[in-house]
Design a protein around this ligand. Structure first.
Ligand code: G3P
Length: 232
């Protein structure tokens, strides 16, 4: 239940996997909390919307909703309002995930609304040029995720190192205040280490943790990769 602050090194997107839904979402969030305190590497979690509130109630690590709409609190139905997220203890929202694309104007409005609430916005982008466009909206972070590698187990930091470097260079050149994450296929500690060595602040990861039969061990491995890169 942390608001504002820095973006975690590792954000675990639980998507809508059955394996990471319901009571299991809380279990995974508790593992993330333990791994975070044991390793000193910050982890955050983005549960499915149906699980998000109980996860935010259960843990102190940053919890994000997987999507938010640029609508205020009030007479709106079926939306996720940035204006209400703080009341529930969320740290912020992912925006424009490749599985939940948004119009550029809506991303900008959602970013400003989240900022107005003191919450974080993490805007996903499918390519370096898109990452630059996303950074120009002034979010807390941009997450570069080539859609074709998502869910493949082939890490962006291994398969597309030059594109990660390019996204980092473009975003930092234009908006040094915006953090840069990368994701898609991240599966091992080595993948995380490479991502940070390419200049990213951290990673967004889903299936390698959400579908793992040993998720706590997997989180430990990913955190160790981050620790190796940042010299902890
Ligand atoms: O949001 C993270 C995600 O899209 C990456 O998915 O399964 O390739 O880690 P995955």
């Amino acid at each position: 239940m942390m608001m504002g602050g820095e973006v975690p090194r590792i954000i675990i997107n639980l998507k809508l996997y059955r394996e990471s839904s319901g009571p299991r979402a809380v279990e995974l969030a508790r593992h993330a909390e333990e791994v975070s305190s044991e390793t000193g590497i910050s982890l955050g979690i983005a549960p499915a919307l149906l699980d998000a509130w109980r996860v935010a109630e259960a843990v102190e690590v940053p919890v994000y909703v997987q999507h938010a709409d640029p609508v205020p609190a009030g007479p709106h139905t079926g939306h996720v309002s940035p204006s209400l997220l703080g009341d529930y203890g969320f740290s912020g929202a992912l925006l424009n995930h490749s599985e939940r694309r948004m119009l550029l104007a809506d991303i900008g409005r959602a970013v400003r609304m989240l900022e107005g609430e003191g919450l974080q916005s993490i805007v996903c982008a499918g390519g370096p040029g898109e990452a630059l466009a996303a950074a120009s909206l002034g979010p807390t972070a941009v997450a570069f995720e080539p859609p074709e590698l998502i869910g493949t187990g082939v890490s962006v930091s291994r398969a597309r190192p030059e594109a990660v470097g390019e996204a980092v260079r473009l975003v930092r050149g234009a908006r040094p205040d915006v953090a840069v994450l990368c994701g898609a296929g991240v599966s091992s500690g080595e993948d995380v280490r490479r991502a940070i060595e390419l200049g990213a602040d951290g990673v967004l990861v889903a299936s390698a943790v959400a579908k793992s039969s040993r998720p706590r061990e997997k989180m430990m491995e990913l955190a160790a990769g981050a620790a190796a890169a940042v010299g902890r």
